[in-house]
Design a protein around this ligand. Structure first.
Ligand code: ATP
Length: 367
């Protein structure tokens, strides 16, 4: 398959000496939806801006369509960028906002009209073509910003937090529209967000960054099921993975929770992978989704059941979030009981097949 965008050992050091991106490596295939994700300041916008040509690449190589473009001007990179604030021209109609970049490129007016009308049709903007941006809703403005990118037929769409100015409900429906747009255009998208829900729902692959470093590149499912390290485990998923400290026994049979002495029986697979951790400290992780309080699960997972006190419960209709304490460690369960849970303590069953262990020193998942 064609590799559309390649970053090889890309670094960014800002003129003040701040090293914002370290050795970024990725090969992006045509039609992928790549989401760069991570907490504020991790370097995701800087990376996108380097691909766009809005920031110089300090070292490393950027290839678009097999051509090194480190020193190619943004306008000549076959990319189109959609910004957080949309950057629409206030004095121009929707039509002219979309046509503008083509007009200045001196493209044939007949061709311009055809491209604008096609984009407007895809985005449902035909009724608004004569309006100015201030006469549009937030979602409609967002669509115009996308339309401006679409008319350019770029090889790659770059999107920097395009939904962050919309309210939660509109964000949800725009997410769906973006997914459909991506399917329809079959073009490569590179998308920046700090919102891991957007990352999980939109991406073919997610890149999780922290402090300028790429922590993991994986599909949403892999990122959720097999986080490479503690940071990714805590960042992807809401509420985040429960993590507690403990020790593997000398016979590799149990994980013992340090604070309470509670023992959880290891699976056969865990006994195998934890071979070199006999008698050693590890971090134990389990997602709230794999902790249960129903009778059936308590019977099924009787070798990994923990009695905990409950601080409070959030009733969310289809499920409950139960905020408990494993000794002094906060511990959350996402349980599908439909009723409000009113008890102050309970037995919690942990599905050990879904548990992870992390090395205390390296923070990497043990596998
Ligand atoms: P956010 O979600 O807050 O936008 P981000 O992950 O997109 O964060 P970047 O904007 O890429 O982060 O910034 C990465 C780091 O580089 C931050 O610590 C930021 O302060 C720093 N930085 C950004 N621009 C410059 C600049 N022009 N000069 C020096 N440092 C900069």
């Amino acid at each position: 398959m064609a590799q559309e965008v390649i970053l090889k050992d890309v670094n960014k050091v800002y003129p003040n000496g701040f090293h914002a991106v370290y050795d970024f490596n990725i090969e992006i295939q045509k039609g992928e939806f790549i989401v760069l994700c991570g907490p504020s300041g991790c370097g995701k916008s800087t990376t996108l801006r380097m691909i766009a040509g809005l920031e110089e690449i300090s070292s490393g190589e950027l290839l678009i369509n097999n051509k090194k473009v480190n020193n190619v001007a943004p306008a000549d990179r076959d990319i189109a960028m959609v910004f957080q604030n949309y950057a629409l021209y206030a004095h121009m109609t929707v039509y002219h906002n979309m046509a503008f970049s083509l007009t200045i490129r001196k493209i044939d007016p007949v061709e311009i009209h055809a491209r604008v009308m096609k984009a407007a049709d895809i985005l449902g903007l035909i009724p608004y073509l004569n309006r100015k941006p201030k006469q549009l809703s937030g979602g409609q403005r967002q669509r115009v910003a996308l339309g401006r990118a679409i008319v350019r037929n770029p090889v790659v769409f770059l999107l920097d937090e395009p939904l962050s100015n919309l309210d939660a409900k509109l964000r949800g429906s725009m997410r769906k529209e973006l997914m459909q747009l991506h399917e329809r255009l079959n073009t490569t998208f590179i998308y920046v967000t700090h919102d891991q829900v957007e990352a999980l729902t939109l991406a073919t692959r997610i890149v999780v960054m922290k402090d300028g470093y790429v922590k993991q590149i994986a599909s949403p499912k892999e990122m959720f099921d097999k986080p490479e390290d503690l940071f990714v485990a805590g960042f992807i998923g809401t509420p985040p993975m429960n993590i507690v400290d403990g020790t593997i026994d000398a016979n590799l049979e149990y994980f013992t929770h340090d604070a309470t002495g509670v023992q959880l029986k290891l699976t056969e697979h865990q006994t195998e992978i934890l071979g070199s951790y006999a008698g050693k400290q590890v971090k134990f992780g389990i997602r709230p989704e794999y902790v249960y309080i129903d009778e059936k699960s308590l019977a099924k997972f009787k070798d990994s059941t923990v009695h905990m006190s409950i601080d409070y419960t959030e009733y969310l209709g289809a499920y409950n979030l139960v905020y408990a304490k494993f000794g002094e460690d906060p511990f959350v369960a996402k349980v599908t009981e439909r009723n409000q849970i009113e008890v102050t303590e309970a037995d919690f069953a942990l599905d050990m097949e879904k548990a992870h262990f992390f090395d205390v020193e390296t923070t990497k998942r043990i596998r």
